[in-house]
Design a protein around this ligand. Structure first.
Ligand SMILES: Cc1cc2nc3c(=O)[nH]c(=O)nc-3n(C[C@H](O)[C@H](O)[C@H](O)COP(=O)(O)O)c2cc1C
Ligand code: SF4
Ligand code: SF4
Length: 251
């Protein structure tokens, strides 16, 4: 069984490809939490986790899910993780190991297009396609490693330090206080549909952020077809990244 979490589609793309190549089933962790998926059937002896790195660590939902006693008990004898990133996954796999109560046998960092529009310009379409081309070839090799139950782990002291310094900022930036829809919003509702945390509701034709905190996955801001969602001031000048927008993945 492959469990994945994804905001802008990179990790979902990787999980679906690995599922095809390793003849397994993948399931979206967010769908388990929001009740759209009730029972899941996949390989029992192999458990994979695919998700993006956030501030050199785990998305909150992944941390919560991995530390759930039922998930810990249902782990296969072979456990792997594929962590997608714009640059570096640091010691995110060690955080996963702590949540699961066991080390993954195989831990892979997969460079994918960068989606973090809140801090900088995300990858443009051409750059993103090139990164995905390289990621495809790494996924082919990763699938072979999973099938042969290979072992690989990487973190060292510097990576641990990066996670130790960076991860507390995730807690600070998970606020929804600075999200707003500008005058270009048409009320289409797509932002609410793509939110993995059910944090958005459309009221009177406008998105309203319901909870004070969310996963901070940037799906809403990156997916809005009108580029109408802003986080503070800087995002109005920046591009947007969503895997479907560059012709990959399915809605
Ligand atoms: C809140 C947030 C924090 C991020 N932090 C990092 C990071 O620390 N290092 C990094 O290389 N990429 C970082 N990224 C980039 C994503 O990990 C990367 O684009 C990932 O592939 C997105 O996956 P998704 O499309 O499945 O959501 C961050 C993105 C977000 C939204
Ligand atoms: S996706 Fe954009 S245009 Fe559609 S409701 Fe949300 S903010 Fe408005
Ligand atoms: S509100 Fe936006 S950033 Fe927060 S979890 Fe939902 S889609 Fe992601």
């Amino acid at each position: 069984m492959i469990y994945y979490f994804s905001g802008t589609g990179n990790s979902r793309y990787a999980a679906e490809k690995l599922a095809r190549l390793t003849d397994d089933t993948c399931v979206n962790i967010a769908s388990i939490y929001n009740g759209t998926v009730k029972s899941v059937e996949g390989k029992k002896d192999v458990t994979g986790f695919v998700f993006p790195v956030y501030y050199s660590g785990l998305p909150e939902m992944v941390k919560r899910f991995a530390s759930h006693p039922q998930i810990r008990e249902a782990l296969g004898s072979y456990v792997y993780c594929v962590i997608t990133c714009g640059a570096e996954t640091a010691a995110a796999d060690e955080m996963l190991a702590r949540a699961l109560g066991r080390e993954p046998d195989l831990s892979i960092s997969l460079k994918m297009p960068d989606n973090y529009v809140i801090a900088y310009n995300p990858s443009g379409s051409e750059e993103a396609r090139e990164i995905l081309r390289r990621a495809d070839s790494k996924l082919d090799k990763t699938a072979q490693a999973i099938i042969s139950q290979g072992r690989y782990r990487s973190p060292g002291f510097k990576k641990r330090l990066l996670t130790f310094v960076m991860y507390p900022f995730y807690g600070l930036f998970r606020t929804t206080l600075f999200y707003r829809a500008d005058g270009n919003c048409t009320g289409c509702g797509l932002c609410a549909k793509v939110c993995p945390d059910r944090a958005i509701e459309i009221r009177n034709g406008r998105p309203v952020w319901l909870s004070k905190r969310c996963q901070h996955c940037t799906a809403c801001i990156n997916r809005c077809p009108e580029r109408a969602i802003q986080f503070g001031r800087a995002t109005a000048r920046r591009g947007r990244y969503y895997i479907m927008n560059i012709g990959n993945g399915e809605e």
